[in-house]
Design a protein around this ligand. Structure first.
Ligand code: GLU
Length: 428
């Protein structure tokens, strides 16, 4: 399967269809769950600093809100498409259901590259985005959050625009706000830490000592960086990290066989998770081709960047040493690559569970917004680890019991929950 948005959606639908057949869902239920229930497509005109007007294509989609309001991030991505957002909004429905939080699935995106836009252009884009969607979002309708190349500052501009239009304060309308401004402590770290909470639970179930493991990580954005930090702190050894260089915007693999240091890499990275390759060389890192992260002789691979990264074209390059794949990104594996993992006995913790730490913390953020009482960081992490571990253990036990892969087990659990709620509501 190729690497387009359409391929990505087909892949997401194929995974759903497989589990829908296992669960013997009827055709109407399958039709309802294969695409979003609601889609907004719009143009956002933005006055650029040079006096011209540029029009950006935007999307917000709600896949399913039977278990609660839609929930999911807004991506700023040059290659965003309607199909990518469709697939990602579907993923959010499964993600919220598998960790059993009372939220549905949604996603948004803008076709843009914030790396080449000034902050004031980005602010105008965020405000324009909200003007296009404000009637269709809300703390009880659909709640956006940060995602690829968006952060707490973008969320604050969006929140401010929403509150300016509606004339009241609704902190729970957007999550991923900075701590101290309605955000939750720990939200920045949450997705990355969540990846490692599921890794801890996996290694415990498999009787493996984390200190004896090695890892190669794709990405150095918020998810990858905090996964790397926690993995390193627990005694794991990171052999390689792959991400963009911040000058030529190409991907490289930064390797240090003695062990990469996340704090050292963070000191030479920018807000979008790009690393300066000249500085990396100066710190003793080998600078290899971007694709090399996948072929490293490690026990664990952590794809924590973008979708469609491990495909039929490169999956065979995975080292025979690899035992576990932790999907910190949304949709990093195609169906063909997944079949190879299974044939080789590689256990993959699927994205819908592995990367659910962020949205779980977004849920905590909403709870704190609604009660107007804010928790300490330790309390956030304790609750996050509890939810992620419990969800992992249910998936692992179900997979064992029914002889399923972890991915199929996670999907079966989440799809069942969504279907049950649609049945109780009388939709199907
Ligand atoms: N963007 C994150 C995800 O893909 C978090 C979404 C949220 O917090 O709503 O899971």
């Amino acid at each position: 399967m190729g690497k387009t948005g359409a391929d990505f959606l087909k892949n997401a639908q194929a995974q759903f269809d497989k589990v829908a057949d296992f669960l013997k869902l009827n055709e109407g239920t399958k039709d309802l769950l294969r695409t979003p229930m609601k889609e907004l497509h719009f143009n956002i005109p933005v006055k650029m600093d040079n006096g011209t007007t540029q029009v950006f294509k935007g999307f917000r989609m709600r896949h399913n809100d039977s278990r609660g309001p839609g929930k999911g991030g807004i991506r700023f991505a040059p290659d965003e498409t309607a199909d990518t957002v469709r697939a990602l909004s579907m993923g959010m429905t499964w993600k919220c259901a598998v960790v059993d939080i009372p939220l549905g699935g949604g996603k948004g995106g803008v076709v843009c590259d914030p790396r080449i836009m000034s902050l004031s252009e980005q602010e105008r884009l965020c405000r324009g985005y909200i003007r296009a969607v404000y009637k269709e979002i809300g703390h009880e309708i659909d709640i956006p959050a940060p995602d690829v190349m968006t952060n707490g500052q973008h969320m604050m501009w969006m929140l401010d625009e929403y509150e300016t239009i509606t004339g009241a304060r609704y902190p729970g309308v957007i999550t991923g706000k900075p701590a101290g401004f309605g955000g939750s402590l720990g939200r920045t770290e949450a997705t990355g830490y969540g990846v490692i909470y599921t890794l801890k639970a996996l290694l415990k179930a498999e009787g493996v000592d984390i200190k004896k493991t090695t890892a190669s990580i794709q990405g150095f954005g918020k998810v990858a960086e905090y996964a790397a930090r926690m993995y390193h702190d627990l005694g794991g050894k990171i052999i390689a990290v792959s991400c963009w260089d911040n000058t030529d915007k190409k991907a490289y693999t930064f390797r240090k066989t003695a062990g990469c240091l996340p704090s050292e890499l963070a000191s030479i990275s920018d807000a979008f998770g790009s690393i300066d390759k000249t500085k990396a060389k100066g710190l003793g890192y080998e600078v290899l081709d971007g694709a090399e992260w996948l072929t490293q002789e490690v026990t664990i691979l952590i794809p924590a960047a973008l979708e469609n990264q491990i495909t039929s074209a490169n999956v065979e390059g995975i080292s025979k040493k690899v035992k576990y794949i932790l999907e910190g990104a949304n949709g990093p594996t195609t169906a063909e690559a997944d079949a190879v993992y299974n044939a080789r006995g590689i256990k993959a913790v699927p994205d819908i569970l592995c990367s659910a730490g962020g949205v779980t913390c977004s849920y905590f953020e909403q709870v704190q917004n609604n009660t107007n009482y804010y928790w300490g960081k330790e309390e956030v992490f304790e609750k996050l680890e509890y939810i992620m571990t419990k969800a992992f253990e249910s998936m692992y036990a179900f997979a064992k019991d029914k002889s399923l892969t972890l991915r199929d087990a996670a999907y079966a659990i989440s799809v069942t929950r969504v279907v049950e709620s649609m049945k109780k509501r009388g939709w199907i």
